[in-house]
Design a protein around this ligand. Sequence first.
Ligand SMILES: [Zn+2]
Length: 166
Amino acid sequence: MVTTYAMYAMHFLRIDEDNNGLFVEVPGMSENWFKVRVDESGLVPTSTHCRCSHFAHKGHCQHTQIVDAFYVRIYKSNVVKHQESIVKANEKALEQAMNEAEMQELAYEEVAFSEQVLAATEKDQTPLIVTPAPVATPPVLNGQVQVPAWLAILPSYQRRQKSKVA
Ligand SMILES: [Zn+2]
């Protein structure tokens, strides 16, 4: 098994704290150490700065990568738990949404039912007062009145035709 620099460095990390907060010292290839600043406010601490020149140019370096990998490894259970809690929260939200949809459907059914009751009551007791819709004068073609299909099926139109016949 080949020991990479990252494996070696991770093995010898020194974690410490000063007035500026948490930092990790990462051993370099020769006897130098790189101080990597860490932000521990999140779920998993993440590197924010390294003093090496690569970081200065690129915004990341192998030292910060090693520190990040290290924290992801030791905070693994936190991450897993966090992801599980997200999944659970999503499931709960979904369940709630489904319940609400079901309640809404029940409410609609109730409204539909009471409308049926109302309609039945109106039919039985009071004559329905229907204001005839204004009917446009049908166009005359070859002496025959052309009635658009949508007009012919209107109850108000049908009633007019009947009263004409009567
Ligand atoms: Zn670095």
